[in-house]
Ligand binder design. Structure first.
Ligand SMILES: Nc1nc2c(ncn2[C@@H]2O[C@H](COP(=O)(O)O)[C@@H](O)[C@H]2O)c(=O)[nH]1
Ligand SMILES: [Mg+2]
Length: 505
């Protein structure tokens, strides 16, 4: 039975109410959703593969091969300023609150001059900026910042004519190649347990959803051969490494599997990508017409839809969401819940364009929740200091106004001036205490970037996106096991600032 209350770190949080009873099909992304990669091994391997390609293929010096990767340094939600070689953390209004050039902190004055006091507001999007919005991007952001520092120190060692933006392009191209040429996937296939967390609850979770009558599907950008490796590791009998033969048992937990889906284009209206059926015994692709197999020339290929015959999971490559809806007989987008890790690739388009309900997996949330509990008193203190600072500022401004515009006697002017000076020094003291306490608090979450979901005391750009696009969010996909598959998830009450007055929040 399901425990209540659920351990805080395993809870599913709700931005938009969702009654699971109206969900007909539950879909999953694979990489970083069902398969949680171990950043210390997987991202380190991506980092090493990328540096090798920069040296061997793109003319960067051998020094790079000596560099080390700190996999804890970068966090999701940061934005790379490709032209300036900076990395930024911003709040939900897109105000840049923390900036680093390489690994050097940019001073407040410089940050405001560059990003604050400009005539037009920047959107901080591609092509000049890159969002670090998946855990796959942490290594490339780190390497880019190392290159920025290196170029500043030894410009002669960088291939001539390479500015920061070109360096970013080179890093991106090298990372991309690592994902495509087998650098990463062959190593994972050889020893999945070294790179992927073994989550024993995935199978029970899928079984529970299917028992509840839900259809289940997988839509991943990974191709069939790799998907088969990873899913075998996560759901197979063996659950082990390389040498163990793979079997098809994991497919029995899904109705449809779409590999090589090319999300987010997969979700786009009018996407005409052809759908191929994967012959799982050979990995060969077979043409289909909206999921119905098409007979090859001169071959005796069955042309009846396989679903007409009692058929277990079918595996496809490519296609579009229209194909998926047809295969699952989905009548309305709101009948689908899709669980993914990538705000842009998995969540934003599927929700905006199709009305799918969404759940975002945020593994960082577990630590964030632990820290929220640990920093409870310091956060209360920060909030008290902020209120006190605001009260002092109001008093001060009122006295300053009076001194300038009221007809005061000379004695009164003296008294007001004295009061102002006392208040000013008190306000400065409190302001500094507030800044320091806030800094200390953030520092406990992450020594460079602070709390993932906050920038200063405002929601960070990342948490703002989570709030806007994910109906539900949670630390691990298998947290679904802790709730009934018929649960009605409800949001907490909304509060406008005026409603918070007087209730001590
Ligand atoms: N060619 C590239 N592939 C990439 C890159 N970053 C990640 N990936 C691959 O995408 C899929 C993600 O699958 P999903 O299950 O989350 O949809 C996986 O195969 C990654 O290796 C990249 O920069 N270039
Ligand atoms: Mg993913």
């Amino acid at each position: 039975m399901w425990e209540s209350p659920v351990d805080m770190r395993k809870q599913i949080f709700c931005n938009r109410s969702l009654n699971m009873k109206s969900i007909v099909a539950v879909g999953f992304d694979m990489d970083y959703t069902l398969a949680q990669y171990k950043p210390d091994t997987f991202e380190s391997m991506a980092y090493a593969g990328t540096t090798k390609k920069l040296v061997n293929n793109l003319g960067y010096p051998k020094d790079l091969l000596e560099w080390k990767f700190d996999w804890k340094y970068m966090v999701r939600g940061l934005v790379v300023d490709k032209k300036r070689g900076n990395i930024l953390k911003m709040d939900r209004h897109k105000y840049v609150k923390v900036a680093y050039h390489g690994f050097q902190r940019v001073s407040r004055e410089e940050r405001q001059a560059t990003y604050g006091f400009t005539l037009s507001r920047d959107s901080y999007d591609e092509p000049d900026y890159a969002l670090i919005d998946t855990l796959f991007s942490l290594a490339e952001a780190y390497l880019f910042m190392q290159l920025v520092d290196f170029r500043d120190q030894f410009p002669e060692k960088i291939p001539s004519g390479t500015d920061y933006a070109q360096m970013y392009k080179d890093v991106r191209a090298a990372v991309d190649l690592c994902h495509r040429d087998g650098t990463l996937k062959q190593a994972v296939a050889h020893e999945p347990s070294k790179y992927i967390n073994d989550d024993k609850q995935i199978v029970p979770m899928l079984k529970m959803l299917r028992q509840s009558g839900r259809l289940t599907f997988l839509v991943t950008n990974s191709l069939w051969d790799y998907t088969h490796v990873v899913m075998n590791f996560l759901c197979g009998k063996s659950g082990t490494d390389g040498g163990t033969p793979r079997d098809d048992e994991w497919l029995s937990y899904f109705d449809v599997v779409v590999t090589g889906s090319a999300k987010p284009t997969f979700f786009q209206d009018g996407n005409r990508s052809p759908l191929f059926e994967v012959d799982i015994s050979t990995g060969m692709l077979q043409n289909t017409d909206r999921g119905t197999p098409i007979g090859g020339i001169g071959l005796n290929t069955p042309i009846l839809p396989q679903r007409a015959v009692k058929q277990a999971c079918r595996v496809f490559q490519g296609g579009s969401v229209a194909h998926l809806h047809r295969l699952l007989s989905i009548a309305a987008g709101a009948q689908v819940l899709y669980v993914g890790d990538h705000i842009y690739g998995d969540i934003l388009r599927s929700k905006k364009e199709l009305g799918w309900r969404t759940m975002l997996v945020v593994p960082e949330l577990e630590f964030e929740l632990e820290m929220l509990a640990q920093t409870f008193s310091i956060r209360k203190e920060v909030s008290k200091l902020r209120m006190l600072r605001d009260v002092l500022e109001d008093k001060l401004q009122s006295l300053e106004w009076a001194l300038r515009f009221h007809n005061l006697t000379v004695d009164e002017q003296h008294t007001f001036q004295e009061k102002i000076e006392i208040l000013q020094s008190e306000r400065d003291k409190i302001r500094e205490q507030h800044r320091q306490a806030q800094r200390d608090c953030h520092h406990q979450f992450h020594k460079t970037w602070g709390q993932l979901m906050k920038t200063g005391y405002q929601n960070s750009r990342f948490s703002h996106q989570v709030e806007r696009f994910a109906c539900l969010y949670t630390s691990q996909v298998t947290n679904l096991c802790y709730y009934s598959p018929d649960k009605s998830y409800r949001t907490t009450e909304d509060f406008m600032p005026h409603e918070l007055e007087g209730i001590g929040l």
